[in-house]
Design a protein around this ligand. Sequence first.
Ligand code: HEC
Length: 257
Amino acid sequence: MTKSSPTHFTYLPMSMRVLFTMVLLVFGTGYLMAMIQVWESHASRDGKAMLSAKDLMIAYSGNPEGTKLESALRGPMSDMLPADKKEVVFAWLHEGAKVEEFATKINPIMQEHCVMCHSPAVNPHLPDLSNQDGVMKVAARDEGMNIHTLVRVSHIHLFSITFIFFITGFIFTHAYIRPTWLKCVVIAAPFVVLITDVGSWYLTKVWTGFAWVVIASGAIMGLSFAFMWITSIYQLWFYKLPEDIASEEGKLPGMYR
Ligand code: HEC
């Protein structure tokens, strides 16, 4: 053999195949969890159960008709308050969040249901709902995720997803896929859409239509992951490499680009 090329799964030592399988199983579970989390934290921001472009527009660029408080109570915080009390809060917000009504109408609800988590003593990173100033901040027009949050989330996202797709892609290089360009596209796609995805989070603030790019990027990333995952697991354990590959490629059995 003159050229070194990836070896098909079949020719790898058993220990390596077990390692690849275990990594894929954990990544697969992790991917499912991540999907559930995206769903849970965004799906009902617009008041409807399905995850939609509108939900993402609200998450990133804010909601001109709404406030952070209302988006949270319709989304991730919806279980924190019984429906009748939510109506009290929504009515207050829709009537312009009058400061005079804060002490009598809103403060008792916050004290009873929210401050156990939302106070600086308990969690300094959450909006402070223990006093009037803090609540008025989230009762102001919703401007979406601020740049600080976006920068923090995007660098974590860029590093961790690159890590996941490097490993998954590396395992997948040992699969037999023809044509070769298809294999390369499947490997490259997640990295390309990772950039368009993160870029669109910022661009959605400028033009909300970019929420569709976020959705398309997520879909392509998911498809590529599923393709690599299913192919790798299948070829690791259930697939027999065609016998003519050695002669076709003019190399040792199981060796090909
Ligand atoms: C069990 C702890 C807990 C309780 C109780 C709680 N929250 Fe939260 N809240 C969180 C956490 C954690 C986050 C940040 C994660 C997230 O956005 O899902 C958060 C985020 C928020 C945000 C910010 C959302 C954003 O988009 O930045 C608002 C507003 C909010 N909560 C309002 C409330 C209100 C109003 C109540 C009371 C009805 C409440 N929360 C009760 C834990 C809690």
